[in-house]
Design a binder for this molecule. Structure first.
Ligand code: HEM
Length: 409
């Protein structure tokens, strides 16, 4: 990398692996222009990214994410590409309000909480299958990769052996792996074709009075708000959205959580002695190693942010990960601290009307994983250098995360 670091280098592999020191070099100059990167769903090698603004300090990120009128979530690049556009994530008001009303009812906290026994069973099964004691285990390859996919497959009532398909579809869409544009497109088409058949089948069975498996899918089909239901096409797209928004982010989050346990033995010990600390650990991991580092918006009119005159139609990359390390909001951001009074202000679930709908489900998976790790193991030790993925800033997380689990005596 050249010595004077610039905004055009934010997608360099060194930055993707560990972006925080690079954000520090640029944060005071935010907003900056000249970043080029791919929004989710677009195709490196086929689509051409637009040069965009970059906002890096907490106030600028909050201003852009909150202001859904002046900053649209519709992604023309994605709409023009062969990838399916996502529900909610890529909708503006008024469509967003209508869809979010129905989807919020589907994701209401009591419904998500009722999934707890099923999620626990999937966590237990995955630990039995993938973890051994006293020998190195790469938790990314199997457990973190597969658990969220299995949860999604269960929630959609898919055959158990389709967990790898869910994983591949999510990885391809979220640009987490270096695969060819043809393979990406093939995965998108396969996922959409599968969900179309599967949703049709579940709808037919529900209309005949049957009760097919797949609690989330069936809730999408059945839920009605003020006489309004989702159309067939919308349900198919919701399945795709939950797959790509829910599986990949949670995989990386779980890897980041286990990394914290392995690399900060004091935190692990505190958690072993005080399981109530989970909530604080969960939030600080979101701040410290939040999966999505940045997402895009498009200005709907000329607007000034800080010293930048942003023009209608300009792309703006909202760096949630840089906001999480803004020292004006999170003092000594490189310290992993469980007593931050403003821990809730992390931006890893976004901010404003698009704030993550699946956050309670992500928390359920993380909490169940942490609880079972604590029940089973005395210690989680680092067994080799962790390797951070360097393909895309869409998700900050590990490609390889070798640890050794030591059993309770
Ligand atoms: C640790 C795991 C997760 C992280 C870090 C995360 C992060 C985010 C972020 C940053 C946004 C805001 C997008 C924006 O502002 O444009 C978002 C939105 C969303 N997430 Fe998550 N997510 C996670 C898990 C999940 C899960 C498990 C699901 C569902 C199964 C899910 C479904 C959604 C949906 C549907 C939206 C769109 C909400 C809207 O636009 O109204 N997410 N997520």
């Amino acid at each position: 990398m050249k010595t004077a670091f610039g905004v055009d280098q934010l997608n360099h592999p060194d930055v993707i692996r560990n972006p925080y020191p690079y954000y520090d070099l640029l944060r005071d100059q935010s907003p900056l222009f000249g970043y080029r990167d791919f929004p989710p769903g677009t195709m490196p090698g086929v689509d051409d990214p637009s040069p965009s603004w970059v906002v890096l300090n907490f106030d600028h990120v909050a201003a852009v994410a909150w202001d859904h009128e002046n900053f649209s979530s519709r992604d023309s690049l994605q709409e023009e590409s062969s990838a399916p556009s996502l529900m909610l994530v890529n909708h503006d008001r008024p469509e967003h309000t209508r869809l979010r009303k129905v989807a919020s009812k589907v994701f209401q906290p009591a419904s998500i909480k009722s999934l707890s026994p099923a999620v626990d069973a999937l966590v237990r099964q995955a630990m039995d299958e993938f973890f051994v004691t006293d020998r190195p285990v790469d938790v990314m390859t199997d457990f973190c990769a597969m658990l969220p996919s299995r949860v999604m497959a269960y929630l959609f009532g898919m055959p158990d052996d389709m967990d790898r398909d869910v994983r591949n579809w999510a990885t391809a869409f979220m640009l987490s792996a270096d695969i060819s544009p043809q393979a990406r497109q093939a995965y998108n088409e396969e996922a959409m074709a599968f969900f179309a058949d599967h949703v049709r089948d579940n709808m037919d069975r529900i209309s005949k009075g049957e009760d097919p498996s797949g609690p989330l899918l069936n809730a999408f089909i059945r839920t009605e708000v003020d006489g309004d239901r989702l159309s067939f096409e919308e349900i198919v797209r919701f399945c795709m959205t939950a797959t790509v928004a829910g599986a990949e982010t949670t995989s990386f989050y779980l890897g980041n959580l286990i990394t914290v346990f392995a690399d900060f033995p004091d935190i692990w010990q505190d958690f072993v002695e005080g399981p109530n600390l989970f909530d604080a650990i969960y939030k600080e991991v979101l701040r410290f190693h939040g999966p999505p580092q940045r997402l895009f918006r498009v200005a709907t009119r000329d607007i000034t942010i800080g010293k930048a005159d942003i023009k209608r139609g300009d792309w703006v990359a909202c760096f949630f990960g840089a906001a999480n390390y803004d020292p004006n909001v999170f003092p000594e951001p490189y310290e992993f601290r469980l007593n931050r009074k403003n821990a809730n202000r992390h931006m890893s679930f976004g901010y404003g009307i698009h704030r993550c709908l699946g956050a309670p489900l992500a928390q359920l998976e993380a909490e169940s994983t942490a609880r079972m790790l604590r029940e089973r193991y005395q210690q989680i030790e680092r067994a080799g250098e962790p390797v951070w993925q360097d393909v895309s800033l869409l998700n900050h997380g590990l490609a390889s995360n070798p640890v050794i689990f030591r059993e309770r005596s």
